[in-house]
Design a protein around this ligand. Sequence first.
Ligand code: C2E
Ligand code: MG
Ligand code: MG
Ligand code: MG
Length: 288
Amino acid sequence: RAKESGRNDIQLFTPAMGEEARNKLIRIEELRRAVERDEFVLHYQPQKDIRSGNVISVEALVRWQHPVEGLLLPGAFIPLAEETGLIVPIGDIVLRKACRQARAWQDRGLPALRMAVNVSARQFTENSLTNQVASALQSAGLEPRWLELELTESLIMRDVEGAIERMHELTQLGVSLAIDDFGTGYSSLSTLRRFPLSRLKIDRSFIADIPSKAGDMAITSAIVSLGRTLELEVVAEGVETEEQMHFLTGAGCEMFQGYLFARPLPPREVEDLIVRTAEQAGNALQSS
Ligand code: C2E
Ligand code: MG
Ligand code: MG
Ligand code: MG
């Protein structure tokens, strides 16, 4: 039928499919414009160190301030950005903003904070990444040791040798590296130890069903002891309840990120939270 109708074979698409394709094109165009106009904002989710009670790190999480639809979460546009390659300029915008924010907080005299930034697959394999990072640090005037890049386990396991090389380039700049969403891939101990890493972030899916799923609890404990063996800090992501935190603390986990403590917040609210937390931690120290 396609042959018969010649140029009209577009009729083979159902109206619904046509619309879907059209919407996608519109979305791509909007995303391109968003890059030009810089419609991206960063929210920051604190990570708390249970020993000191302090926020010692924040993770930058990108949002798209869409002119009509309002604030969009990464799930609504990061996959398309990956697919189209727009993640590369978006990633650059994110890096620059995050570095500038970290430096601004330092200048305002806030307690020292590490800034964690997510790096996507497409960005990681792009040759320009190391220069991008160096340039973002330099123009913000941020010392590299305050920046951490989060790479996913599936990303670095895809091409282990290539990843190791790229990771060394990055750590030579002086930034630190974390594995995000850890436990969902299939890293072996012997492979893991070859990566120049500072931290493992336990995937949220393992935390969600604590304490009802014994299997998830066993995996979580295993990741914490793996971290200890490899001398890596372990961060639990997606901690929502006291029960989860209690279990994790018992398992030896010392760093927490999750709604229990704080949601991703705009910069001003992060500031307030950090100041408040530092005061509480200071008071606790004095009274103990
Ligand atoms: P991620 O890096 O694993 O970030 C953690 C995600 O879990 C965030 O979602 C955060 O809001 C959410 N989260 C944190 N604590 C809790 C909790 O207690 N409960 C629940 N249910 N969720 C929690 P968000 O902001 O929607 O980001 C989703 C993902 O999008 C991120 O996962 C990351 O993979 C990606 N992403 C975010 N920002 C960027 C970016 O700048 N660049 C790239 N390439 N990816 C990004
Ligand atoms: Mg992350
Ligand atoms: Mg994660
Ligand atoms: Mg994730």
